[in-house]
Design a binder for this molecule. Structure first.
Ligand code: NAD
Length: 385
């Protein structure tokens, strides 16, 4: 926890220094709209309110955990992703509602620290939206082997603190069988929703959709062209790196009139152990679009570096267009998948074919050779498997 706190403090303080260096004024407080050109800031330190006038405004207020109706979060026994990262001791038994990215990452972390973890998921598969079906199955198999329990196709009826315990009532979605589970800590990770509370956007009347997202056009503009919204507060995957790209693009639109984010080349990484990472389309999406494709796979079991690291779980899977060989999707499960995916993002960004990758020299012995070999297997066959 101390290492985590040090890292977070170091990184956020670093941003403050960068603000200073780049002459960005930083007001620490809650901002709210007075009108479409004026923001009122209520400083955190209780000092006088400040009113700021702006020619352009970018809303980047992010998201907050979606509450579970009837389950009261105290961030001690019943926690969100915030509380689970500040526990003072390792819970003996940890129950998690939601087998999406947050649920699985936290299941992986606390299970490695010694918790007996049970993940309760409404759907029959884990990994959240956007994960390739084969990778989702692999994730379940791998995490199960590590001792994480899964209750899939299971509905949570209630969850409450009783003394030192949390009691969770669940129901099998298929046969209606009810069961009571108990845990020391319950994590609610059923998704996130845009965070715009307190912004008083009703004062300016921008349009919101049913899910609380501010409606924008392709240049991130609300109905007021000078008020833009980026990141989790609006559409698309809730990922920090996606928000960062949008922030830059929004400023470029303001300054130059044009900006750019390639939504087809945004990587996703699930920081479990092993990691799961992907970019582009899943096999299911490609199939549904009626595109003819080839798949190439290479297991880390046959990779020299994975072998010497005694960390051989996982595969690289590449999907390419059958006719043009253009890479459509890359899905990696395995050691360092989160780092390895960068090469795949670049391949997709540059419109590479699988043969382009296969004909690119990769250092030996490295994990990245598995990527090259999977590319070979996409249009022909791998050498070392
Ligand atoms: P998620 O949407 O990834 O997963 C939520 C899961 O909860 C889904 O599988 C859903 O079927 C399940 N669920 C929903 N309601 C349920 C219910 N009543 N009972 C049981 N299961 C239920 O959401 P998340 O894991 O909370 O993450 C939120 C967002 O934050 C996501 O967009 C995620 O991509 C992002 N995030 C990403 C990272 C990362 O990229 N490493 C890390 C943290 C968060």
């Amino acid at each position: 926890m101390k290492a985590k706190d040090d890292a977070v403090t170091g990184l956020t303080k670093g941003i403050e220094i960068l603000f200073k260096q780049n002459k960005v004024d930083y007001f620490k407080g809650t901002g709210s709209f007075v009108n479409e050109n004026e923001i009122e800031v209520e400083p955190l330190d209780g000092s006088e309110k400040v009113n700021l006038k702006a020619k352009n405004i970018i809303i980047a207020t992010g998201s907050e955990p979606t509450p579970f109706p009837g389950i009261e979060v105290d961030e001690k026994k019943i926690v969100t992703s915030t509380g689970i990262l500040s526990l003072t001791e390792v819970p003996k038994k940890l129950a998690i509602i939601g087998g999406g990215i947050i649920g699985l990452e936290m299941a992986s972390v606390w299970s490695r620290l010694g918790s007996d973890v049970t993940v309760i998921e409404f759907l029959n598969n884990i990994g959240g939206a956007g994960i390739d079906g084969e990778l989702a199955k692999l994730a379940q198999k791998t995490l199960k082997k590590q001792g994480i329990n899964f209750k899939l196709g299971t509905k949570v009826l209630s969850g409450k603190v009783e003394g030192e315990n949390v009691k969770i009532e669940v129901e099998n979605a298929k046969n209606g069988k009810k069961e009571e589970l108990d845990a020391d800590v319950l994590l609610v990770a059923i998704g996130r929703r845009p965070y715009t509370e307190g912004l008083k956007i009703e004062n300016v009347g921008v349009d919101m959709d049913q899910r609380g997202r501010v409606v924008i056009d392709q240049e991130y503009r609300t109905k007021y062209p000078h008020i833009r919204v980026i990141g989790d507060a609006t559409f698309g995957p809730m990922l920090a790196h996606k928000a960062e790209e949008e922030g830059i693009a929004a400023v470029e639109y303001i300054k130059n009139g044009h900006g750019h984010v390639n939504y087809g080349a945004i990587p996703s990484v699930m920081y479990t152990h092993p990691e799961f990472a992907w970019v582009g389309q899943t096999e299911e999406q490609i199939k549904e679009a009626g595109i003819k494709y080839n798949v190439g796979k290479f297991p880390f079991l046959a990779n020299s570096r994975a072998k010497t690291n005694l960390d051989t779980e996982g595969i690289v899977k590449i999907i390419a267009d059958k006719e043009t060989d253009r890479v459509l999707g890359v899905h990696i499960a395995g050691p360092n998948a989160g780092e390895m995916i960068a090469e795949a993002v670049l391949a997709i960004e540059y419109g590479a074919s699988s043969e382009d990758i296969a004909r690119t020299c990769h250092a030996h012995p490295t994990l990245s050779e598995a990527f090259k070999e999977a590319a070979m297997a996409t249009y022909d066959k791998a050498i070392h498997f």
